[in-house]
Design a protein around this ligand. Sequence first.
Ligand code: SF4
Length: 723
Amino acid sequence: MTETRSTCPYCGVGCGVIIESQGDDITGVRGDPDHPANFGRLCTKGSTLHLTASSVVTRQTRLLYPMRREHRGEAPQRASWDSALDFASESFAKIIQEHGPDAVGFYISGQLLTEDYYVFNKLAKGLIGTNNIDSNSRLCMSSAVAGYKQTLGADAPPACYDDVKHAQCLFIVGSNTAYAHPILFRRIEDAKAANPALNIIYCDPRRTDTAEIADLYLPLQPGTDVMLFNGMLHIMLWEGWTDPAWIATHTHDFDALKATVRDCTPDLVAQTCGIKKEDLFAAAKLFATSGATLSLYCQGLNQSSSGTAKNAALINLHLATAQIGKPGAGPFSLTGQPNAMGGREVGGMANLLSAHRDLSNAEHRAEVAALWGVPSVPEKPGKTAVEMFQAVADGEIKALWIACTNPAQSMPDQALVRRALARAELVIVQEAFATTATCAWADLLLPATTWGEKTGTVTNSERCISRVRPAVAAPGETRHDWSIAAAFAQRLERLLPGRSPGALFPYSLTDPALGVESIWNEHRESTRGRDLDITGMSYALLEQAPRQWPLKEGETTGKARLYEDGIFPTLDGRARFVNTVYKPVAEPRESRYPFSLTTGRLRDQWHGMSRTGTLGRLFGHVAEPSVQMNAQDMARRLLKEGELVHVTSKRGSIIVPVQASPEVAVSQAFMAMHWGSEYLSGQSSIGQPLAGVNALTTSAYCPSSKQPELKHAAVKILKAELP
Ligand code: SF4
């Protein structure tokens, strides 16, 4: 038996694992006792990784060879890598020459490793000359990115997991930590057991399992977070719980915010948020007056048409009370995906560039062009996730390359997404699994390696970079994601005029270990002098143990906590308050659509279930999809437990069983995000089967972060009239 240290491919906690393998089979997995994220612990998903990888069942779900479809609707036929890459590069070159570089787009994934992300970003922005590259991280963390940048000056979570044990007050908001980040939740349980004086406040429309550990639960109405945070600041100011001296020394722009929150009276806030005034007061007091307050937050803030304002309003509270830059204190966004952070670091999104540079900044564009050795990086903003599918549906983008993600299930407003995929002239899907809904639209399928087979790095929620290592050989003809992108790029370089073949992608394709390390070193160099400088973080250093950034050349340890000196990465070193004004959800419930539908994760499933859906025991917790409602609402509508209902929004309708849940408040409903079209019935207006809950969700997005409001749609729920 061989043992290989690696990292769990599921959530942003980023637990270390030890993979046990025999030959080409992964036979076991256990927590890595030396990994700082988990110290040997694993949750249900992590501890069953070996059963969902390399088993006979899983191999049957894998895409093992390049496949090409001559005509849509026909079965794809096996192709050679050479013919597949020739077809891809010639098709892209033709479209680019006829319609310009912005006629193509790349939609990639927070499941990719940092090195994969780096090559895709360079391919789009450096070689082709388009910024049309975005990621499913847009659906996950882009509001957190915008919130950090607007307030603290850089996209850098300032706290670390260890802060949980130093906190005196934990403010958990918009995060079902017990399900979405289970091993971090174990730390919260440990901290509570060790320190009974630790106060835990939990804010969420649903009374989830996370609420069980809370001393104070605020069941706020969906989308009212900004009003809640502004109301807490109103009380803090009134009671003298802010820190005027710290504010004066370390921040700007407090006066405008003060004027805004003056109107957020306790009566108004209690009424808008649906919480008691005394609970609002208690939350403000605990947050402001505790020795150290740590906020943990996730999609409840991010997946919102006010996502950036929600993030900024929460960070405003930390700045107003100086709850930042000390042990146990600070705003701490939790990343949903295993490498959403790594993607942010290499700038693998439409508005970003390498090492936290901004596309909108001419100096940053020039720096990246010089690093890559290209004349320029295009100035025109790229299309973000929703914009990209809209542009494909409008015929503006003609070729779409999708890597390691399943937009035909995970994107909001599936009617739009499927209209786009049907309209595209060319859809290339680079995937490990042949079972995703998106594969059905592919003209070309490119088989990729996955966890247990890949090598590279990921960054978890606390800025800690870990190695991902292969335990078994790549099955079939699968190739690593970065090497597929690089092989395509090397062909495209020869077809596009004015490019220098071999110059931009000099990574070894014959020795993947060498190739991936040279990409890492190029990325490291791009961070020199930046806030996330990792010039000292060689693979050799990471061989010893994971490290947090920043970690400059000559250093061997990173920074657990940022801003302990009170200096922020802005021009003058001061943080900025953002004047956050409350706006309701994009689609409030109304008489025809009287329920607020929220979506979220289950404890034992991951995303579209490509991996977790292959293992029966992971359905032991929740066996089938349903819509959860409050028992009062069900009684009023004469609905019985398990009865089939139509759940309908302005965009689509699906049929699922209804289930009474004490977690769900009156006039609200909840559906898990994991199930797709094979489980749910319904037809869109274009005649394609719809894809689970995202047949219903809205593509309305935050104007700053462009993150869509997956957390709220107005729906009606009616007994299904079946033939
Ligand atoms: Fe994997 Fe997250 Fe579970 Fe850790 S908490 S084992 S990273 S799914």
